[in-house]
Ligand binder design. Sequence first.
Ligand code: PGA
Ligand code: ZN
Length: 440
Amino acid sequence: MIISIEAAQRLDSRGKPTVQVWVTTGKGTFRSLVPSGASKGAYEALELRDGDASVYQSNGVLKAVRNVNEILAPAIIARKFDIGKDLANIDALMRELDGTTDKSNLGANAILGISMACARAGAAEQNVPLYEFLRQQSRSHKPYIMPVPFFNVLNGGVHSGNLMAFQEFMIAPVGATSLTHAVQMGSEVYQTLKAVIKSTFDGAATGVGDEGGFAPPISKPHEALDLLVTAIEKCGYTGLVKIGVDPASSEFFNSGIYDLGFKHPPSTSSDTKLFATQLSQLYRELIAKYPIVLLEDPFAEDDWTAWSEFNETCKVELVGDDLLATNIDRIKTAEEKKACNSLLLKVNQIGTITEAIEAAEMAFSLGWSVFVSHRSGETTDDFIADLTVALGTGHLKSGSPCRGERVAKYNRLMDIEAELDAQGQRHLYAGTNFGQTHAL
Ligand code: PGA
Ligand code: ZN
């Protein structure tokens, strides 16, 4: 039984306010912290902000906190839910109390905070780890699958101050023997990349962006990819560490044009402005030249034609982030239009754990991949590590192997792997099968 639910305003990794929730049951107190995006999709559930310009530049979340303390908490407690069994019912009640499709009444940040903390309380009630509790909420089967971590080691787009339009360049140790080995390989490439950047530019170029990746003074995708290939090669990991790219292109799309110079000063030339067909050509060239295995949001969230045409001949995992917004209706449309083959799963895009699990299951049922993701504004909450193992998604991204809020997830995954080893529980490292785990 739930004894109390309380929320308070705390800070995220960008130093902006976010919601913290505590759920207390007979088994103890269970906490969650809600993440927040910068390159948000237009179809995401609403993150409620106070909008009072005199406090935290309008970013306060005290309304969401009040909605937890004064509306959601009393209603949930009054229903005397069985916390070990009723996560789906608690999530359904919160949706009903909100009454909107995008949770804009009470705020997805308020609702998600409760959903995450209730999942933790539910796991404690059942005396199982969170990853096992979440696995039981889904239809995922054993053995457990440990994911390939996609480390975002070069930051651009709205996550950094350099001129690089593409937002994320990730390294994926698919050739590792375990998750723990993958973390080691990722960290080694990251540190080597730092040395490469230092010798190519100067010391100041090793400052990091929002997700802990470097943000050197480069602006062209091939410059970033050359840096990655050099660092991978220097570590002796050629062929074992692959690359993922998230241009987050909705951020530089306007009136039918993709402007790779969107962060350049206004007077610079127009040769950075591309039509979707030209951008597609650029992606094809990059995929042919570099060991790219995954491409996320190559086109804007409403540019369905570009997505569908590209997907027809695309040889890599094509992930919909802003395109799908972890939303079942958007996933259905994408399937009809044959727009992509992978779902990016961000719990705060939809606002409850139950709906996030449903979205993953829908994607798997279509034969797609599922790629779990953090947000650029994160916290030290490591919930998504357990969710990734629970759903057997085979890969996740949580930024670079640097900065506390990023490594919290990788550290938790290493804890889970060690725990499974110690208990002699069978588990696999997804490796090169990171995109086909539903078939394993
Ligand atoms: P966001 O970026 O958290 O700032 O939205 C992450 C992404 O685009 O994948
Ligand atoms: Zn993205």
